[in-house]
Design a protein around this ligand. Structure first.
Ligand code: NAI
Length: 290
């Protein structure tokens, strides 16, 4: 199947949607960017302008390429029809399903819908769709422009042709795609869950401060420690993923969510995106009482 990717719509202009818009526009696509929060898509574009300027200043991109990339991104204030939609909204089954119903009323029947969900079953997300075969996981990693991997996740009803077309699209965007079946957490999040869970348990046991845990893991060769990584992901999203993987594994204790996560979310300490999580941003100083 050759993917008709002439009109691309990205829904959700948060951390991930903005990053996906940048990568798609850098690859030459015209991108419409929609967010349910008024002004969020325009704000994401304004932030991308700064990012692209920064890349141009560092010589990683010509200023013409930066300007052309930005010009290809159009914030829209309603959902618009498209040939490929990439969904990057809140990690919530019901909210995503409601969006897909809205989209199906708008899209041509051969349009593809790719979901960037980190953890929700693609099989379950497709239930109730008119064309469940067109839904596929396209799981990018954060920060999208830097991270090469894309997991292309097939649910029970996903068309193999659709999965392959999205796999090829990721390749054209310079990404390394892998195929995976929809299992709880897919591949990377399944293996990464214990990395966060053990750190959260250490924190709950007051074994060490976040900066100590992070320094240890960095010294052990990991690119980022678990606490700084959770701050980067966003605790609201990471907590939703933890809950989803826990439930999907029939409440296997290994995947139990942590009270530390619950507290961070309750406090609105969502990590980098809110200016405070385990650390304060931009300076990265410790933010929590020891
Ligand atoms: P975010 O919180 O930064 O952005 C989500 C955006 O979606 C917000 O701007 C919100 O206003 C918008 N939104 C919520 N409901 C909407 C709706 N019904 N229609 C349109 N827009 C809506 O979240 P983030 O981190 O970008 O995550 C988005 C998705 O990507 C989630 O499914 C998450 O699990 C997944 N993901 C997140 C990663 C991360 O490291 N943060 C990594 C890989 C995937």
């Amino acid at each position: 199947m050759t993917l008709n990717d002439s009109r691309l719509l990205i829904v959700g202009a948060g951390l991930m949607g903005a990053g996906i818009a940048q990568v798609a526009a850098q690859a030459g696509h015209e991108v419409s960017l929609f967010d349910a929060r008024a002004g969020a898509a325009a704000a994401a574009k304004a932030k991308l302008a700064q990012t692209l300027d920064g890349l141009a200043a560092k010589g990683k991109l010509t200023s013409e390429a930066a300007a052309a990339t930005l010009a290809r991104i159009t914030p829209v204030d309603t959902l618009v029809s498209a040939d490929v939609v990439i969904e990057a909204i809140v990690e919530d089954l019901d909210v995503k399903r409601a969006l897909f119903a809205e989209l199906e009323a708008l899209l041509p029947s051969d349009a593809v819908i790719a979901t960037n969900t980190s953890s929700i079953s693609v099989t379950a997300l497709a239930r109730g769709m008119q064309h469940p075969e067109r839904l596929v996981g396209m799981h990018f990693f954060n920060p999208v422009p830097l991270m090469k991997l894309v997991e292309v996740v097939s649910g029970l009803g996903t068309s193999p042709d659709v999965a392959q077309a999205v796999f090829d699209l990721a390749g054209r965007w310079g990404k390394t795609a892998v195929h995976a079946r929809s299992t709880p957490g897919f591949i990377v999040n399944r293996i990464a869950r214990p990395y966060y869970a053990e750190a959260l348990m250490l924190l709950q046991e007051r074994a060490a401060a976040p900066e100590v845990i992070d320094a240890c893991l960095r010294a052990a060769g990991f690119r980022m420690g678990p606490c700084e990584l959770m701050d980067l992901i966003g605790h609201d999203t990471n907590f939703a993923v933890t809950n989803s993987v826990f439930a999907a594994n029939f409440f296997d204790r290994r995947f139990t969510p942590s009270l530390v996560q619950q507290e961070l979310v309750d406090a609105g300490f969502l990590g980098r995106k809110s200016g405070r999580g385990f650390y304060r941003y931009p300076e990265g100083a410790p933010a929590l009482p020891q």
